[in-house]
Design a protein around this ligand. Structure first.
Ligand SMILES: [Zn+2]
Length: 454
């Protein structure tokens, strides 16, 4: 009995000492990120000097070359590229659109959705059918829809506290709206922008065509213009809408994931990934989406090096290519990991903006999640309070099939969709402090994952 008590006591003391040592290291991680951080200046370069970087574009290639250089300059053990073929969609000349209401013609801001076909040089003009959902559209039937432009106008639910939930509840209109409209003979689809704010910026994003359905052109319209169109339709159901867009899908292009690595000292074969996606929409500097996640990921490795933390396991910063319109980079990364028999124990993604850290969502078994729970007191002092089951990230998603535990970095979500996929997703909208706190949060989690495994 006495022996058992002594053993228990020894274990408890050991646990307390480990917690103290960890809390000291985590404090140092935050100090380094906040006093000597490099993520903000890196983000400035990526957004202001390189700018938009849709897959297949010159900007995307510049971002590949530059992030590779940055990681080489930081002296990581290994920096390498992974080849990946990506879709190459181009917008072409700026879109034109107007509401023709009797004799009154009102120009409105639209932007072709990524992957859409063009309208042809003359554009498309037709009467408009406004709907809020696919069931509502189907109930109208081909009689009412044929030859018309379908206008999807269901807003993101403003009562949802997590804006990603509101986005998830509305984005079907953008992704599948053209296909559902084309099934009933529509000639175009216009989609209310995915945002809670009333603004004049079309918020773009990806869409896909179903098979065996005519490919009709589709575009996002700003929320202010969507409100105007809806109001005008209520007054005059016979008005017409005109739009012209010049986008095109070119042959797939060669591109790359960019990977930087610090080799593990004890278990080099166990890999922990921290990453974001390097591509952005063509209209955006891609500061929050997802320049922030990329520079934060590089910063995680830099912080470890700067503090002389020699990880037991191999830590990789991965800049994934093509999250926005294909996910080819994420798929290629997991394929290669499988082919090379690599053991990825965990992957952390930052792709929810560079805002104030709130926590991490975990995709794993209840047992794996339970292993993370004792770390909560170490992370709570830094505002990381929301730690539990939740989303990982699109790019790391394909790793789940290899048994990798996924962690999605969760910053505050309130402003993300103010900027998402628009010209206003700029460097100026990112707070240096929030960005650095995010990088430190990711570094703290990666440090604990490396210390204790899963
Ligand atoms: Zn993103």
């Amino acid at each position: 009995m006495k022996k058992t008590i002594t053993l228990l006591f020894t274990l408890l003391v050991g646990y307390a000492q480990a917690q103290t040592a960890d809390s000291v290291t985590i404090r140092k991680i935050y100090n380094e990120a906040l006093a000597n951080g490099k993520s903000y200046n890196w983000l400035r370069y990526l957004t202001k000097q390189i700018g938009p970087r849709l897959s297949g574009s010159d900007g995307a290639q510049k971002a590949v070359d530059w992030t590779k250089q940055v990681m080489e300059k930081e002296g990581f053990d290994r920096v390498f590229l992974q080849d990946v073929m990506v879709p190459h969609w181009v917008r072409g000349a700026k879109e034109v659109a107007y509401i023709q209401n009797g004799k009154q013609k009102v120009s409105v801001p639209i932007a072709a959705l990524g992957g859409s076909v063009a309208t042809g040089p003359k554009g498309v003009e037709a009467g408009v059918i406004e709907v809020k959902s696919f069931p509502e559209l189907r109930a109208l039937g081909a009689d009412k829809v044929k030859g018309k432009i379908v206008f999807y106008n269901r807003p993101m639910d403003p009562t949802k506290i997590n804006t990603f939930e509101a986005y998830g509840g509305a984005v079907d209109q953008r992704a599948n709206g053209a296909t559902e409209a084309a099934k009933l003979g529509a000639v175009g689809a216009i989609v209310r922008s995915m945002t809670n704010v009333r603004d004049d910026n079309p918020h773009v994003g990806g869409m896909r065509y179903g098979t065996g359905v005519p490919l009709i052109p589709t575009a996002a319209i700003s929320t202010n213009a969507a409100d105007l169109l809806s109001k005008s339709l209520a007054e005059n159901p016979n008005l017409t809408f005109y739009f012209k867009q010049n986008c095109e899908t070119l042959p797939d292009a060669k591109s790359y994931n960019v990977v930087g690595e610090i080799k593990g000292s004890e278990k080099p074969d166990e890999i922990i990934v921290v990453g974001g996606h390097l591509d952005s929409w063509d209209l955006a500097e891609g500061a929050h989406d997802d320049g922030a996640g990329c520079v934060q990921s590089i910063e995680v490795l830099r912080i470890m090096k700067a503090l002389g933390i020699k990880p037991k396991r191999t830590i990789r910063a991965v800049m994934f290519m093509n999250e926005e319109n294909g996910l080819r980079g994420g798929v290629a990364y997991a394929d290669l990991a499988k082919k090379n028999n690599e053991k990825h124990i965990a992957a952390v993604e930052s792709d929810n903006g560079g805002f104030t850290p709130r926590g991490f969502g975990i995709v794993g078994t209840p047992d794996q999640r339970a292993k993370v729970m004792p770390w909560k007191p170490l992370l709570a002092p830094y505002g990381l309070l929301e730690i539990g089951a939740g989303g990982g990230g699109a790019d790391i998603g394909p790793l789940a099939q290899l048994g990798t535990v996924l962690f999605g970095f969760k910053p505050d979500s309130q402003r993300y969709f103010d900027y998402h996929h628009t010209t206003v997703d700029t460097f100026e909208t990112v707070s240096q402090r929030e960005l650095e706190l995010g990088a430190a949060s990711m570094a703290a989690l990666v440090y604990l994952l490396d210390q204790y495994g899963l």
